[in-house]
Design a binder for this molecule. Sequence first.
Ligand SMILES: CC(C)(COP(=O)(O)OP(=O)(O)OC[C@H]1O[C@@H](n2cnc3c(N)ncnc32)[C@H](O)[C@@H]1OP(=O)(O)O)[C@@H](O)C(=O)NCCC(=O)NCCS
Length: 166
Amino acid sequence: MKLQINVLEKKHDKSNFDCGYSLLDSYIKKQARQDVSRDLSACFVLVDELDKIKGYYTLSASSVKRDEFPDVMQKKLPPSYGDLPTVLLGRLAIDKSVKGNGYGGILLVDALKKCLDISASLGTIAVIVDPIDENAQTFYYKYGFVLLPSSGKMFLPIKTIKELFS
Ligand SMILES: CC(C)(COP(=O)(O)OP(=O)(O)OC[C@H]1O[C@@H](n2cnc3c(N)ncnc32)[C@H](O)[C@@H]1OP(=O)(O)O)[C@@H](O)C(=O)NCCC(=O)NCCS
């Protein structure tokens, strides 16, 4: 099966998307295009030759309070920045039919590359994810994300992403 990553469009078939989490299924089926049209998020989809959606992720601008980051990171930043600019990888999901074939990792790396590109023209200190459960947390740990204990979200510094792609 040949899959491609594209910007979400009307022609993409989301009707049978099933990642095993109804919240994430319902988001791509009912909400994603509306959020994109309202400029709340960008949505990228993994599609097959028939334009059936097999995975997706969303990106939005966001910020995180300075004191949510580990002390060691805070110490390196000027105190005047109370809220730190970040990119939120709000959702990431893979359809059950193609799970376990590396596509989750491929979508994550694609998202991180986009975040790195964005950071060249708009200051962002980290990519934030909001894992849906402990399994998702384990998935993100694999890629070096660090837990923000106060919110349960996780982050990966842009500096680390730069090193990954250098
Ligand atoms: C988590 C998810 C995106 C992973 O997608 P996938 O295509 O099945 O994962 P991949 O095949 O790319 O696996 C990449 C690596 O992560 C690991 N991994 C995959 N799913 C995992 C999980 N649930 N827990 C821990 N590790 C996981 C794989 O073992 C693999 O590691 P390896 O390279 O050392 O073998 C997918 O299972 C999913 O959609 N889950 C439901 C929604 C979800 O949890 N989204 C994430 C955050 S909200």
